[in-house]
Design a protein around this ligand. Structure first.
Ligand SMILES: CC(=O)OC[C@H](N)C(=O)O
Length: 278
């Protein structure tokens, strides 16, 4: 057990200027929100004129540099990562436009693209995941995770930055969605709240293995379903109904559903006592 003095020593060590153990969550949140705002700003905050846009672009670059300084200490590497990240921004923007359009096209409740951009938690979480994934591809440690955790805290949607997700991806409602680190998702995939794409084996020895499923193009996964395992492949054009628990692969164009038994009776007393366990 640590002594009081050991605790003080530990805390003192963390307050040294060279201690870089805890990068700033606030910088992560501000960067994610600011970049999202830059790309999909609401009317009030929308940038006017190319000068204003260029100015904000430069400010975003310097924000990223400050953020990167939290974990990287070589100016040249920070510069290179910043350049590479922003060089990818047009491609990220394109794919996000396809994500937003897919939500609008498939959700009868969505009335306009603006509504999707401003009000859909699934779109926000996907956007922040795409920013984070690019930093993950550029081998930035820890910070990608802080970005997706910011989106998680805002939306209840937990997408690991390491997951690979194709275009026209849509998450409807979204609360409780978990997408693990080694998940691979194709194009035009739609998932609903409470879906888990998880690992079957969560021992530390599997840290470098593919632990999470592959979901091929045009798959729909309805709410509450859990799909586990790195070798599990959901074949293209399949539909997974609500509350399915699946740990093996299924071929293309499958329909998988969970059949629960529900009993309905009138509210007259049972002849014998019932024991409802809540
Ligand atoms: C989503 C999920 O399976 O998480 C379990 C564990 N964190 C892992 O990545 O294997």
């Amino acid at each position: 057990m640590s002594s009081y003095q050991q605790l003080i020593d530990d805390l003192l060590q963390r307050s040294q200027p060279n201690f870089t153990g805890f990068p700033s969550k606030q910088l992560a949140a501000e960067f994610a929100d600011r970049l999202f705002q830059f790309l999909f700003g609401t009317r009030k905050k929308r940038l006017h004129g190319s000068l204003e846009i260029e100015n904000e672009f430069r400010l975003l670059q310097s924000h990223l540099q400050t953020f990167l300084q939290e974990v990287i200490h070589e100016a040249k590497i920070i510069q290179k990562i910043t350049e590479d990240f922003f060089a990818e921004l047009p491609a990220i923007y394109d794919v996000l436009q396809k994500d937003a359009q897919a939500i609008l096209d498939s959700d009868p409740a969505a009335k306009s693209i603006e509504e999707v951009l401003i009000a859909y938690p699934g779109f926000f979480a996907t956007a922040v995941y795409r920013f984070a994934h690019q930093l993950h591809v550029l081998k930035v440690p820890v910070l990608p995770r802080l970005l997706t955790e910011h989106a998680h805290s805002q939306t209840g949607i937990d997408i690991h930055p390491g997951a690979r997700i194709g275009h026209a991806f849509s998450i409807d409602h979204g609360t409780g969605v978990v997408i693990g680190e080694t998940t691979v998702i194709g194009n035009n995939v739609k998932i609903y709240q409470g879906v888990t794409l998880g690992a079957l084996n969560v021992t530390k020895g599997h840290a470098n293995a593919k632990r999470h499923p592959t979901v091929e193009d045009n798959v729909i996964i309805y709410s509450g379903s859990t799909i586990l395992g790195g070798e599990t492949v959901i074949g293209r054009d399949s539909i997974i109904g609500g509350n399915v628990f699946l740990t093996y692969s299924i071929p293309s164009s499958s329909v998988v559903y969970h059949k629960s038994e529900i009993k309905v009776k009138d509210n007259n007393p049972f002849p014998e006592p019932l024991n409802f366990v809540i």
